[in-house]
Write a protein that binds this ligand. Sequence first.
Ligand code: PLZ
Length: 449
Amino acid sequence: MEPSLIKQHRSLVTELPGPRSRELERRRSAAVAGGVSSTFPVYVAEASGAVLVDVDGNSLIDLGSGIAVVSVGHAAPRVVDAVSDQVERFSHTCFMVTPYEGYVAVCEALNERTPGDHDKRTALFNSGAEAVENAVKVARHVTGRQAVVVFDHAYHGRTNLTMALTAKNMPYRDKFGPFAPEVYRVPMSYPLRDPEGMTGEQAAGRAIEEIERLVGADNVACVLIEPIQGEGGFVVPAPGFLPTVAAWSRQAGALFVADEIQTGFCRTGRWFACEHESVVPDLITTAKALAGGMPLAAVTGRAELMDGVHPGGLGGTYGGNPVACAAALASIRTMEEEGLVEAAARIEEVVGSCLRSLQRDHPGIGDVRGRGAMMAMELVRPGTLEPDAEATRRIVGACHRSGVVVLSCGSYGNVIRLLPPLVIDEALLAEGLEVLSGAVSEALSDGSD
Ligand code: PLZ
């Protein structure tokens, strides 16, 4: 099967969503559960690189990568080949019954690539939430402790335990309780919203004080944190925060667990976001970009911890499925051979300078932040920190109608985030940013008076 060669451009032949998408949307509402929603109901027919082609023949620029998943691009040629080849050979045996090499090779690649050169082991799962659940299982098992410490604005998933770990009520938790116990939430370092001048070390001190007060250091099984928060608003903690929290965890005998499900695999201009501050987590969870669009997730950690669980204690029917493993190996090879760490750093320069210049013109942009190809702007009422979710919705809507997929996020729904595929070509990225700039100017000039 040849990957289709879709021209890397934006081209609109109908309004968006077009008539065929609207027709599918009608079928959907009679068939798909209402609790599952789509931010931009344009139905995709095919995709390649950074372009989605919809069922009406429109070509859209994708600046979301399916929430940081297709970092190697849609239908990345190595991934397409590896998946096709694997599915012809065999698609499933269950690793817990009769194993296969691909699973082992993905674990080797993760052990080698993740931060720290200590001896590591990995276990594979299907989704990010499942990886987080399993990291907590390992942490509780090997420490003999129960408490899990998480942070304000955190997002870790939608299963029962991970809902408890996630901060935001709507839409993730509302009326879905009771939640799993022994979860304690402490303040995150959020430079825009912390007291002016608060350093990372001071913010860590504030969090640690809370942990000691709420839980007691020797009851903590693990401290779980996204090194840059994803759904919570692309919050980059002040320098010094992560290393201080990691050092405290080690001293307290708790595991420091980095959730790099959104930040991992070159996204932030390093293989993993922890590397920006030389933090070496005890356990790290990965998913999303790991397998270039196939469902695969992992927990990687110190060998003595990961081997501390009895045989049969971790697993699942599909975890480390052979097709997903083939996709992961091909994605990792693509990242290496196409220099996607450097590509993310180049995207940071282009996107960062665009967002900063918008910020100079619009006092409604309270903050521009992020690393690599994980950049965002936070919208506020000019001169205040009051979140402006309404302007955020207007800007996102205008981008969508113009054929550019952007996503919002944030505890207050007022952050616009950009997560382009790392292989996006320069001209296409520039065009996407031009559309975004137009939408910002229109929304903020209208809305700020
Ligand atoms: N941890 C840091 O970003 C998934 C989910 C959006 P799953 N983020 C996107 C939504 O509305 O469901 C995510 C993440 C971090 C865990 C997860 C969970 O990963 O593969 O969605 O289970």
